[in-house]
Design a protein around this ligand. Structure first.
Ligand code: SF4
Ligand code: SF4
Length: 337
């Protein structure tokens, strides 16, 4: 795989700082039951990096100590972590909002038969990837049979109340473009998804987030192999909208990897760009017990143009300039699947 950090490090992206930390995004490990072409984590069934019990316990300690309001669980497939359920229950007992970035096919994996019911019982928000409502396109991007299994997963969630009118169980979907292009306007896509999924599959959901691909890991490497890395960066830079700077997810979030190391977002985690925390060079989760992450400089590089292109993305879908982070993160979480 081609490393893309050397191509991204020199940047003229404007400097930004964190505001108040309200979300802890925890990557529980890179193991996944899928190995999608575009995956910016390069997750797969063969990956072995997974968070241990000590670090999972520390996550709960930090949530309590810092009064963090949202725990955003991601991976790989976060549900494959042996500590997923204890983290969910522990966070919910603290009154913390929990988001599960779910790939939908995990709901039909062996041993996960009760996963959907568990998520519903705990009131976990589900943000699920469905890159298109066309079966052929989804299968091409994510693997044979993934579309049908995704629809089966959505039906399970709908049957439990997710995405239904009057229900508090939130089900969000994530759209990705099919290649090196910007997503179309989120509002139009949302209407299309609503219509198509209801008409053909009787599926309901709450919100749709249209995300821009980041030129890192598998997707970035593919761009390099095809000789289109520079033109994709040009596309992102050309679509820069300054007002999106206000609402990128790193302004209110810290990302944690499976070993407890801290980053400003999941993309920086994949690039190995550690967060800044006082004078600590490679800060760790435990450092949040003694150091305040608010007002720290964010580690930027050229990939940050992916968060400010067009309607904005930052793994939370289109950004809402007048109501920073809170309005975006109320419904959306922070990472593409
Ligand atoms: S890529 Fe990460 S650090 Fe850069 S703007 Fe987006 S969220 Fe912030
Ligand atoms: S994109 Fe999501 S579902 Fe696909 S391999 Fe990566 S983590 Fe797994």
């Amino acid at each position: 795989m081609h490393a893309t950090l050397p191509l991204l490090a020199a940047t003229d992206f404007p400097p930004i700082r964190r505001r108040l930390l309200d979300t802890l995004q925890v990557n529980l490990g890179y193991k996944c039951n899928q190995s999608c072409l575009h995956c910016h984590v390069a997750a797969s069934p063969q990956r072995t990096e997974m968070m241990d019990a000590g670090h999972a316990g520390l996550v709960l300690e930090i949530l309590r100590a810092r009064g963090i309001s949202t725990l955003d669980l991601t991976g790989g497939a976060p549900e494959l972590s042996p500590h997923f359920r204890e983290l969910v229950c522990g966070a919910r007992a603290l009154g913390v909002r929990v988001i599960d970035r779910c790939n939908l096919t995990i709901l039909s994996e062996p041993g996960q038969d009760d996963l959907a019911a568990f998520l519903a019982a705990q009131g976990v928000e589900v943000t699920a990837s469905l890159p298109c409502y066309s079966p052929a396109r989804v299968d091409r991007q994510r693997g044979d049979g993934v579309f049908d299994r995704s629809i089966a997963g959505l039906r399970q969630l709908n049957a439990l109340g997710y995405g239904q009118d009057g229900s508090s169980l939130v089900l969000n979907l994530v759209y990705n473009p099919q290649g090196a292009s910007l997503p179309p306007p989120q509002g139009e896509l949302h209407a299309d998804y609503k219509r198509e999924l209801l008409q053909h599959f009787s599926i309901r959901f709450n919100h749709l987030f249209a995300l821009t691909y980041m030129p890192v890991q598998r997707f970035g490497s593919t761009l390099v192999s095809k000789g289109t890395f520079a033109s994709y960066m040009q596309l992102l830079r050309g679509a820069y909208e300054a007002e999106n700077l206000d609402t990128v997810m790193c302004r209110s979030m810290v990302s944690v990897d499976w070993q407890g190391d801290l980053y400003d977002c999941d993309f920086n985690q994949m690039l190995g760009l550690h967060a800044r925390l006082g004078d600590i060079e490679h800060p760790h989760l435990r450092d949040l017990l003694t150091h305040d992450p608010d007002d720290e400089d964010i580690r930027i590089a050229d990939h940050c143009y992916g968060c400010t292109a067009g309607q904005g993305s930052s793994c939370s879908g289109a950004l809402e300039p007048s109501e920073p982070q809170e309005s975006v993160l109320k419904f959306a979480p922070t990472r593409i699947r």
